[in-house]
Every structure is written in structure tokens, then in C-alpha cells.
Write a protein that binds this ligand. Structure first.
Ligand code: ADP
Ligand code: MG
Length: 648
């Protein structure tokens, strides 16, 4: 468009002078070839075709757009400048043959001829003018068409540009969208990968779940089979159980019957056992002669003899005879040695020096059992110091089980029998205490070692356990519940330690004091609503030896004499109490000594008492042995009334 405008502004002279003849030629050619309007073709070809037309047009509009006057002037100027001959090309175009025979060959005088030529030329010019006019018209038409076409093209171009712009906009939008889509695509690609991975995982999971399912199904099948088997078994078992239950009910009834019967038997046993014990005597005296110890002078033969029983050696020994050697005093008086004197004694049982601890306990065990049946049992060891009392009650040194004494053996026996009686519905509890009575003072042997050796927290006094109770207890002394022999053993160990301390600090007090081990036994039979309680007392008495009054001179001796008197007093009180009980005297002097007062409940009518009289085999101890045997004999003659079990 701009190109067109520029060409239109060009100076008209240049355009006309240089282009007019060519225009004619080109106009011809244009008519033939280029200037034939082909609107349909151009429209079809679009912008490219329009550009071709725009290039070929300038020569046409130069003339076409000139004003008519200017065109004529231009034509005249061209004629004048070049003369009529100058337009050879135009003439040649009209008639080339006449142009070769031009005016140059006419003589000057041939005016006619020249006129003729001019006329010809004029007519040619006229023709040419007509031609040109025609051409001009055609060109105008063409120009009009071209302008129209250009307008159309411009409109098209404009539309195209608008379209182009719109498309560009669209394109950029599309590009932005494409970019976004691409990003989205990338994202989607990543997401797809992610999902694929997830899918893969899920597939793996599904596979494993499927496998698990298969496994579980198989397991389930097995379990179903097992269940069926077990259901069958259960049904069988239920049937068997029902049968068993019926049997159990029968058995339970039988058991109850038998338990009742057993209980009856047990009560009968207790009764018979007690009868037996009573037949043996509620007060029994056993004599035990210890062997001579290493380093001691062997006693002369015949000093102590053990006469056999009526059935000979098969009878357990019950007798012993002491034969006093010749009396020197007699020889002085009479001039001759006095005859030996024999003292015969008979007891419930006599244990020879060789007797072992278990043999001794065998004789005692049934008596101990009476304590479980609810009869108070009291066992004493009486004798001079060194005669074997402690050995008999507690045992020998070194913790050798062979030489264990009555206390550990009795306790073990009680625990074992109590356990058996559990099966018959009896349950037992045991509470242990261990005190010693020195010079009418009570001390707790279970107090902590190194303590004041007195009772914990104050003086030990004998008191009633409670108002209305007949049970006696020692205040401030320990009463330890025990459930097994080990516990009792540790208590005995503690007591031994306490006594050992006393031995060093208080001049052999242990042999000068009575030690009293007591086990409070209580049993319950829930089914029969029975209750029994009784103490088992095992007493290691103080040495019974008398002190020679001639020897007591200094304060130590006087103290010793006082001790001895206290011992003798308590021992004689014991004898008196036994006598009083035996003689059924209205007053029993229990309170005359701490020992008898403490043992009051173990010595009464229902109680069973056993006294060991321990004898030294030595000749030097003859007199003391005799005294002990005499005391024991007195006791042995006592019969305490029918024992009654402490049953409630
Ligand atoms: P007591 O307590 O009467 O003073 P012991 O029991 O302490 O006398 O005995 C004194 C010594 O004799 C101790 O060494 C003890 O081991 C020993 N003994 C006592 N009786 C026997 C016995 N039957 N067999 C062996 N040794 C004994
Ligand atoms: Mg002793």
C-alpha cells in the first residue's frame, strides 16, 4: 500500500517521458497476459498474488492517474521533443513497413508527398491516440479493478492481520497453556510414576495378602478339622466328666463318710493314746546315766549296775543300783571297813551310758504327741551340773544331728505329725518362747544377743495372758510364731549364744539357772468345730548339787550359797508341787517359786510330766547321784489324777 502511494507521488514528467512508449507495449502485453483480471484466481491465491500485482501496477497508474490535460501536454511535449519520427516504435508497431520508407527519402520539394506523409503520420497518431485512449480506458478500468482488488486485499489483509493477531494471541495463549499443560504433564508423569510405584507396591501387597489369605485359609481348614476333632473329644470328655462328676459325688459322699469315720478313729486314737499314757503314768521318771567322758577317771565296776528286767535283757531296763564303796568312816569307828551299801532304784525307764539320743526320743515321742492332742506336756531334766541335762534336752556340741537333743527332735516330730493331721482337717499353730530363771529372776533367752540379757523393754514377770485367761505369759519376753524346725533351730542357736555370753560374764550362771523352752500349740478342726491348745514345756533345770556349807566363807562363796539355796528352794518346791498334786491337796504351792508358777499349767491334773534324772557315772559324784535318784524316786511315786485334754 505504501509502495503504491509513493509511486503515485512521483513527478509526472519522469513517468510520462520514460514510460509512455513502454506503456503501450506493456499495455498490450498487459492486456494479453497480466492485465486480464482474474478475481477468482487472485482471491484463491491470497496475499502472495496480491504482492505480484502490486509490483506490476506502477507503470499503469502513472498515466492512468494523471489529469487529462496533463496527459495531453505530456503527449505533445513528447511529440515536440522527439518529433513525429521519434515515435518510431509506435509507428513501427502500427505499420513497420511504412516507417522504413520515411520522409528522409522525399525531396524537399515534394511537399505533397510530405503532406501525405504527415497526414499518414497524423492518422497514425490519431489511431495511436485512439489506441492509447482505449488502452487508457482499459487501464483505468484495470486500475479501478486493481484498486478494488487492493481494497479487497487490504480488507483481507486487515482481516488476516486481525486474524493473525487473534491467532497470535491464541497461539501465545495456547503456548502458555501448552507450557502449563507441559508442566502439568510433567507433574502428571511424576504422579503417574508415583502411582505406578504405588500400584506396584499395592500389587506386591495384594500378592502377599493373597498368599497370607491362602495360608490362613489352609490354617482355617486345619483349625476347622481340629475343632471338629476337639468338639468330638469335648463331647466325649463332657460325657466322661458328667460320669466322673457323678462318681465324684459318690466318692465325696464316701470320703465325707470316711473322713467322719477317720475323725472318729482319730478321736478314739487320742483317747486310747491318752489311756496308754495314763497307764504309763502321768508322771514318769526316766533315769539317764551319761558315759564317762574322755579324760575322766573310769568309774569302778559295780558302782552303778543295771539289773535286768523280769524278761531278761529283752526288757527295756528300768532299774539301777548304786553301790557305795566301803565307808572310810565306818572303818575308823569300828576299826573295820564298813560293808558296801547298795541302793536300788526303779524308774519308768533307765537309759544306760551307751544309749543314743534317738533311743531316748523314741520313748518320749508318744508323750510329745499328747501335746498335739491337747494335753499339756512338761519334760524336765534334773541332775547335778555336768550330769548330762543340757545334752539330753538340747543335744551335744557341734550341731551333729546324731547328738541332737529332745527339743529339736520334739519340735520336728510335732511339725511332722501336725502336717499329717492337716489331711484330717486339723490345722496347727506353734509359738515358741525360751526363758531362764536365775535366782528367781526371769530372763529372755531370745532377746537380741549383746542386749542387756534381760527381757526387752523391762523386767520379765509372769502374768496371766489376759483377763479371764488361765494362760500364763512372761512379760517383755519374745513369743515367736514358728512354722518349721529351721526357725526353731535358729531360736535355739540364739539362746545358746545368750547363754555363752552369760557364761563369761556371770560365772557359769547357765548351770545355776533353769531354762524353760515352751511351745504353745493350738489346733483347730474347722469341720468338727474343735479346738485344742496345750503347752509343751522342756525344762533344763539348774544343777541340783548342794554346796558344802563348810566351804562358804568369802563374799563370792556367800553369793554362791545364796544361788544354791534359791535353786534348791525352787527344786524342792517343784517336788512339793508334784507331791501336792499327787496327794490332791487343796493347796498346790505353785507360787513358791518362779519355776513352778510359770509351769503351773503344765503340771496340773490333765498334764503329763516326764522327769529325766541325769546321773554322772563318776565315783566322785556318787553322793549327788544318790541325792538325785532319791528325789526322782519320790517324784516317781507320785500319781497325778486322770489327765483331761484341754478341749473346748
Ligand atoms: P549339764 O547340763 O547337766 O551340766 P551337760 O549336758 O553339759 O551337763 O554335759 C556335760 C558334758 O557331758 C558335756 O560335755 C556333754 O557333752 C557330755 N555328755 C552328757 N551326756 C552325755 C551322753 N549321754 N553321751 C555323751 N556325752 C555326754
Ligand atoms: Mg546344763
Amino acid at each position: 500500500m505504501e509502495k503504491d502511494n509513493m509511486e503515485l507521488k512521483m513527478p509526472p514528467d519522469k513517468a510520462s517521458s520514460s514510460q509512455l512508449p513502454v506503456l503501450g507495449l506493456s499495455a498490450k502485453r498487459g492486456l494479453d497476459k497480466e492485465n486480464v483480471p482474474e478475481p477468482k484466481k487472485k482471491r484463491a491465491r491470497g496475499p502472495g498474488t496480491a504482492a505480484t500485482i502490486a509490483i506490476s501496477h506502477p507503470r499503469v497508474p502513472t498515466m492512468a492517474t494523471m489529469p487529462r490535460v496533463k496527459k495531453q501536454e505530456a503527449a505533445q511535449k513528447a511529440t515536440l521533443k522527439s518529433g513525429p519520427w521519434h515515435t518510431t516504435a509506435a509507428n513501427t508497431a502500427v505499420d513497420p513497413t511504412t516507417t522504413r520508407k520515411g520522409p528522409s527519402k522525399r525531396p524537399a520539394w515534394d511537399v505533397k508527398g510530405q503532406l501525405c506523409d504527415l497526414r499518414k503520420e497524423f492518422s497514425a497518431c490519431q489511431e495511436q491516440t485512439e489506441v492509447l485512449t482505449r488502452e487508457n480506458r482499459e487501464l483505468r478500468n484495470q486500475l479501478g479493478e486493481a484498486e478494488q482488488h487492493t481494497k479487497t486485499l487490504n480488507a483481507e489483509n486487515k482481516a488476516l492481520k486481525a486474524e493473525n493477531k487473534a491467532l497470535s494471541g491464541e497461539l501465545s495463549e495456547v503456548q502458555v497453556q501448552a507450557k502449563q499443560d507441559q508442566l502439568e504433564l510433567v507433574k502428571l508423569g511424576a504422579r503417574v510414576l508415583e502411582l505406578e510405584e504405588l500400584l506396584h507396591n499395592q500389587e506386591g501387597l495384594i500378592q502377599s495378602l493373597q498368599e497370607e489369605q491362602l495360608r490362613l485359609q489352609a490354617e482355617r481348614r486345619d483349625l476347622v478339622i481340629q475343632l471338629e476333632v476337639q468338639t468330638t473329644q469335648l463331647q466325649e470328655s463332657t460325657a466322661a466328666l458328667a460320669k466322673s462328676q457323678a462318681e465324684i459325688i459318690t466318692q465325696a459322699a464316701l470320703l465325707a463318710e470316711r473322713t467322719e469315720h477317720l475323725h472318729g478313729l482319730e478321736m478314739e486314737r487320742r483317747y486310747l493314746h491318752n489311756q496308754l499314757q495314763e497307764l504309763k503314768g502321768n508322771i514318769r521318771v526316766f533315769c539317764r546315766v551319761r558315759p564317762a567322758l574322755p579324760g575322766e577317771l573310769e568309774p569302778p565296776s559295780g558302782l552303778i549296775v543295771f539289773p535286768p528286767g523280769p524278761n531278761g535283757a529283752s526288757d527295756p531296763p528300768t532299774r539301777l543300783s548304786l553301790t557305795r564303796p566301803s565307808d572310810d568312816r565306818c572303818s575308823i569307828i569300828g576299826g573295820l571297813p564298813g560293808p558296801p551299801v547298795r541302793y536300788d532304784f526303779s524308774f519308768d525307764r533307765v537309759f544306760l551310758p551307751g544309749s543314743r539320743q534317738n533311743e531316748v526320743f523314741e520313748e518320749v515321742s508318744l508323750l510329745v504327741q499328747s501335746a498335739l492332742d491337747g494335753y499339756p506336756v512338761c519334760i524336765f531334766a534334773y541332775g547335778q551340773t555336768g550330769s548330762g541335762k543340757t545334752f539330753t534336752m538340747e543335744g551335744g556340741p557341734g550341731g551333729d544331728p546324731q547328738v541332737e537333743g529332745l527339743i529339736p527332735r520334739a519340735v520336728r516330730h510335732l511339725f511332722s505329725v501336725a502336717k499329717k493331721l492337716q489331711g484330717q482337717g486339723w490345722s496347727y499353730t506353734f509359738v515358741a518362747s525360751y526363758v531362764e530363771i536365775y535366782n528367781e529372776t526371769i530372763r529372755d533367752l531370745l532377746a537380741s544377743v549383746g542386749g542387756a540379757r534381760k527381757c526387752q523393754g523391762g523386767e520379765c514377770e509372769i502374768r496371766l495372758a489376759g483377763p479371764g485367761s488361765k494362760e500364763l505369759i512372761v512379760t517383755n519376753a519374745r513369743y515367736v510364731p514358728v512354722t518349721c524346725e529351721e526357725e526353731v533351730e535358729s531360736l535355739l542357736h540364739l539362746a545358746r549364744q545368750n547363754r555363752a555370753v552369760a557364761r563369761t560374764t556371770q560365772n557359769e550362771q547357765s548351770s545355776r539357772s533353769h531354762s524353760v523352752f515352751q511351745l504353745q500349740i493350738s489346733g483347730k478342726h474347722m469341720g468338727q468345730n474343735l479346738h485344742c491348745a496345750a503347752p509343751l514345756s522342756l525344762v533344763d533345770l539348774a544343777g541340783s548339787e548342794r554346796l558344802d556349807p563348810g566351804l562358804s566363807a568369802g563374799p563370792a562363796e556367800r553369793e554362791r550359797l545364796k544361788e544354791t539355796q534359791a535353786i534348791n528352794s525352787s527344786l524342792s518346791t517343784l517336788g512339793l508341787v508334784i507331791m501336792a498334786l499327787s496327794n490332791k491337796e487343796p493347796h498346790v504351792p505353785y507360787r513358791n517359786s518362779k519355776l513352778t508358777y510359770l509351769l503351773q499349767n503344765s503340771l496340773g491334773g490333765s498334764a503329763k510330766m516326764l522327769m529325766f534324772v541325769n546321773i554322772s557315772p563318776l565315783e566322785e559324784n556318787f553322793s549327788e547321784s544318790l541325792n538325785s535318784l532319791r528325789f526322782a524316786s519320790k517324784v516317781n511315786q507320785c500319781i497325778i489324777g486322770t489327765a483331761r485334754s484341754n478341749k473346748k
